[in-house]
Design a protein around this ligand. Structure first.
Ligand code: C2E
Length: 883
């Protein structure tokens, strides 16, 4: 009984060892001890088999000699391999009662004999699933067989061993499993974590830390949503609300890294199910930031390529013949080919007859050398029309540097090309006539002069200026003028030889280069043919028009320094021809040069005078025809040249008009006249109206009226004390605008008169539309009015017509009493001329007025009538001889 209890206690101890997961060796040895205690004389040993169950390899024993254990080593499982090898083989209890004579122990006889081992009983240790785990054996130092009780003990011990080994194996498998999972968790490159049902982190691997920037201990307990960027929070929260369905779910989310940058994650969530209950979630978060950035970048790039206004072609360099694998919409638009029509083809189908072979060779070379290139090619659209393609081609290399593709960017520069062609044409041609312009003419001149000098040929330049063209342009409009120019250009061209150059320089200036003259007279002969040619009538619409031309000729001379001088010389000669009268020609000589130089010098002197305001203003009185009162003055500018003394305005005013210097001169005259009139009034000489000559340039200026108003304001002169004298020519160009300006002047209260009347181009009928008060009969009619019946008829006609239109008539240039009497008799209203008074400076004018009864110091006492009615009032008291 006591033995049984001891046995039970011993078994319990072993089971406790097993339950507490004590090391297997300790447990096995404890089992050995129990058995040895129960089987007197028995030496217990346990062998465990390998995984393949072929060998028994580990031997555990408390009492077997160490040397024996070492000598046994491993035992192959087999029917003749000792008690244990056979028991394992048969999976049955094996009794070897006399080892020394047992054939199954052959090979071990000496060993057993040495250690005094004589019998051995072995029982297989089999696992719960009938798997062989090892053997349990009892050795005896005397031969013998086990009693039934011994046999039972051994079997019980084998069962205990089975329990311990299985337990150990399970524990090991569990541990391995756990390690496996832990490794997966720890070493997973992605962030792996678990969340409780509320979403708090319960575990997190190291990658979580690097993805979020937070230390693991900061993460544990933190709510997952705290990391999620605000835009994504609601969406992710909604996903978690459905998570209790127990399914895995996957989503992308942007979280805020601790270093304030966004991290884009691809998260897979799996439920943690324990006992059929979800207790939380595992999460695996892949950092997709870089990939997301690349994908976004790629998407944008792809979109840019799609949307590019340039055609884009990608070809596969790894396939023979470099087939196109992609074209964008712009390519389809530019070429007219649909994508499916070009994929798989080589891009050379865009070339055609006019494709520049040199550019093609360059392109091929670049492809062969696998380098980028930019070439401009003439390509062909699907409909056969050509277009200019500025192609940029570049190789695309993979990571190893191997060229995998070529990308071509097409830029359709057809418009630019045609624009460039137009530009280059316009840069060298006159747009209206299509003739060469100055720049092209000069190029030809340089070239032809060089040749002529080399071969000793005669060469001439003709400068041709149309006469009377400007009035046509001004009165009939530019369109008519343009037609005349085109026809004139054609007539000139028809007369020239192919080697000659005909150019248009200015509005009505043509220049001709005759490079291959046999004799100089040939040039003159040509000019004599050209003049009548130009003089033939021009038909434009319903108009038949006549013009002439003045031509200057310059011949190539040895002393010529710069070919361009020939143009200047011909121009100067033309100027001289113009002075001679219309339809004339003149050859350049050195004295013409002197004249031009003099003009240049005068221009410079005039400029200095303008800057120094070195002018004087003289006033010539205007007198009422009936009564003889002074009704106003004409202001006439005077320039005292530092060397040449007083110069006639007839000399420098035309020059100033040519050079534009008339602008500042006119400004000065206007202001000075206004100021002087104010002074006269202030000193008591009375209020007078002053007539100021207006230059065409001044009248046409955009700010003419505002300048005038400013001058009146600044000087304080009342507008009704100012009269502007215009020539007919001013009114002829852009008549509508001129009439409008006259109305504005009238509105301002400024009087307007037409100067030099009768010399103009047009008829008198236009006068009735004009808001003017007076006309001045030109001096040339007055001069011979008493002796020339034509002039006297013209003057009478002008006076009668003007009166019918309600206009006053002024006669200028009266030098004799007879002229005065004639004009008075025929109703002329106002007189002006040396017969009455010469133009005089202000001081002299004051004396003149005083002499005629003006009382200085009494303000407006001498009130001069300013209107027509008043002019005819008063008594007649003419000075007969005042000069
Ligand atoms: N032979 C002769 N001549 C007489 C007689 N009475 C007046 N004259 C001259 O006739 C010209 C009248 O001026 P105009 O026809 O407007 O002709 C003016 C006018 O067109 C222009 N001019 C003069 N001053 C100015 C000015 O300030 N501005 C503008 N734009 N032109 C001016 O210069 C032209 C010539 O001016 P002036 O030499 O001062 O010549 C003045 C005057 O001195 C006479 O009885 N006999």
């Amino acid at each position: 009984m006591a033995r049984t209890q001891r046995h039970l206690r011993a078994q319990q101890r072993v089971q406790t060892l097993i339950a507490r997961d004590q090391p297997l060796e300790d447990t096995l040895k404890a089992i050995c001890r129990i058995v040895e205690a129960q089987v007197p004389g028995g030496i217990a040993s346990i062998m465990l088999c390998d995984e393949a169950q072929q060998r028994l390899e580990r031997l555990y024993s408390v009492s077997l000699p160490q040397a024996y254990c070492e000598a046994i080593g491993e035992v192959t499982i087999g029917p003749d391999n000792g008690a244990c090898g056979r028991a394992a083989y048969l999976r049955d209890f094996v009794i070897c009662a006399d080892l020394a004579n047992d054939p199954r122990w052959v090979g071990y006889h000496a060993l057993t004999a040495r250690h005094g081992l004589r019998a051995c009983w072995s029982c297989p240790v089999v696992g719960s699933n009938q798997q062989l785990l090892g053997t349990f054996a009892i050795y005896y130092q005397r031969p013998g067989e086990p009693a039934r009780s011994d046999r039972r003990r051994v079997i019980e011990a084998a069962e205990l061993v089975s329990l311990a080994v299985e337990r150990e194996r399970n524990r090991r498998a569990l541990k391995e499993n756990e390690q496996r999972y832990r490794s997966m968790f720890t070493y997973h490159p992605d962030a792996v974590f678990s969340l409780d049902l509320e979403g708090h982190f319960t575990t997190a691997n190291a990658a979580c830390s690097s993805v979020t920037g937070y230390a693991l201990k900061q993460l544990i307990g933190l709510h997952f949503s705290k990391l999620v960027e605000s835009d994504d929070r609601e969406r992710v929260a909604a996903l978690y609300r459905d998570a209790d369905k127990g399914e895995a779910f996957r989503y992308t989310v942007t979280i805020a890294h601790r270093e304030a940058r966004s991290v884009y994650l691809d998260v897979t969530n799996l439920p943690i199910v324990v006992n059929d209950r979800i207790i939380g979630f595992y999460g695996i978060a892949k950092d997709m930031t870089e990939r997301h950035r690349r994908e976004t970048e790629l998407r944008i790039l792809q979109r840019s390529v799609e949307a590019s206004i340039n055609g884009i072609i990608i070809s596969d360099a790894r396939q023979p013949n470099n087939p196109i694998i992609y074209v964008n919409e712009a390519f389809e638009r530019i070429t007219g080919y649909r994508r499916d029509e070009v994929l798989g083809r080589n891009g050379r189908f865009l070339q055609g007859n006019d494709t520049d072979t040199q550019a093609m060779a360059q392109l091929r070379q670049a492809i062969a050398e696998q380098r980028e290139i930019n070439v401009t090619l003439c390509n062909y659209r699907k409909d056969g029309t050509p277009f200019w393609n500025n192609l940029y081609l570049a190789p695309v290399r993979d990571d190893e540097g191997v060229v995998t593709h070529f990308i071509g960017i097409q830029h359709d520069i057809s418009e630019r090309k045609s624009y460039e062609a137009k530009l280059s044409y316009h840069a060298s041609h006159d747009a209206l006539t299509g003739l060469a312009n100055r720049s092209l003419f000069e190029d030809h001149l340089m070239h032809d002069v060089l040749l002529a000098q080399r071969h000793g040929c005669h060469l001439a330049v003709l400068f041709l200026d149309l006469d009377d063209f400007k009035p046509i342009n001004d009165s009939l409009g530019h369109e008519v003028g343009d037609q005349v120019l085109i026809q004139a250009a054609q007539r000139l061209a028809d007369e020239l030889d192919p080697g000659d150059t005909l150019a248009r320089f200015g509005s009505d200036e043509f220049v001709i280069l005759l490079p291959e003259l046999e004799r100089e007279e040939d040039a003159i002969r040509l000019v004599e043919r050209l003049l009548p040619c130009i003089g033939r009538p021009y038909r434009v619409g319903e108009h038949e028009l006549y013009i002439g031309a003045s031509v200057g000729i310059a011949f190539l001379r040895k002393e010529l320094e710069n070919p361009v001088e020939l143009i200047q010389q011909a121009d100067m000669a033309m100027y001289r021809a113009k002075q001679k009268g219309r339809n004339a020609w003149e050859c350049f000589t050195s004295d013409i040069n002197d004249e031009v130089s003099e003009r240049m010098a005068l221009r410079n002197d005039l400029q200095e005078a303008i800057e120094a305001e070195n002018f004087e203003l003289h006033y010539q009185p205007l007198l009422a025809a009936q009564g003889g009162q002074v009704v106003g003055f004409e202001a006439l500018v005077r320039w005292k040249h530092p060397v040449k003394g007083y110069l006639s305005p007839g000399l420098f005013i035309p020059l100033a008009e040519d050079t534009g210097q008339i602008g500042p001169i006119s400004e000065w005259v206007l202001r000075q006249a206004c100021r002087d009139m104010c002074r006269l009034a202030a000193k008591g000489y009375g209020r007078y109206r002053v007539s100021v000559n207006l230059s065409p340039l001044q009248f046409r200026r955009a700010n003419f009226l505002s300048n005038l108003q400013q001058a009146l304001l600044e000087t304080g002169l009342s507008p009704d004390c100012l009269e502007l004298e215009l020539t007919e020519g001013i009114l002829m160009s852009d008549t509508a605008a001129a009439v409008e300006t006259l109305h504005r002047l009238r509105d301002m209260g400024v009087e307007v008169s037409i100067d030099d009347f009768g010399t103009g181009f047009s008829s008198l009928s236009y006068l009735k539309q004009l808001p003017i008060g007076k006309i001045k009969i030109d001096r040339s009619f007055v001069r011979d009015v008493t002796v020339n019946r034509h002039d006297s008829a013209i003057v009478q006609g002008i006076i009668s017509m003007a009166h019918h239109l309600g206009l006053l008539v002024v006669a200028e240039g009266i030098e004799e009493a007879a002229q005065r009497d004639f004009l008075a008799a025929h109703g002329c209203d106002v007189f002006q001329g040396f017969f009455f008074a010469r133009p005089m400076p202000l001081e002299k004018l004051k004396a003149y007025l005083t002499q005629r009864g003006a009382v200085p110091g009494q303000g407006d006492s001498l009130s001069i009538p300013l209107d027509g009615e008043a002019l005819t009032a008063g008594a007649q008291s003419w000075p007969d001889d005042n000069h």
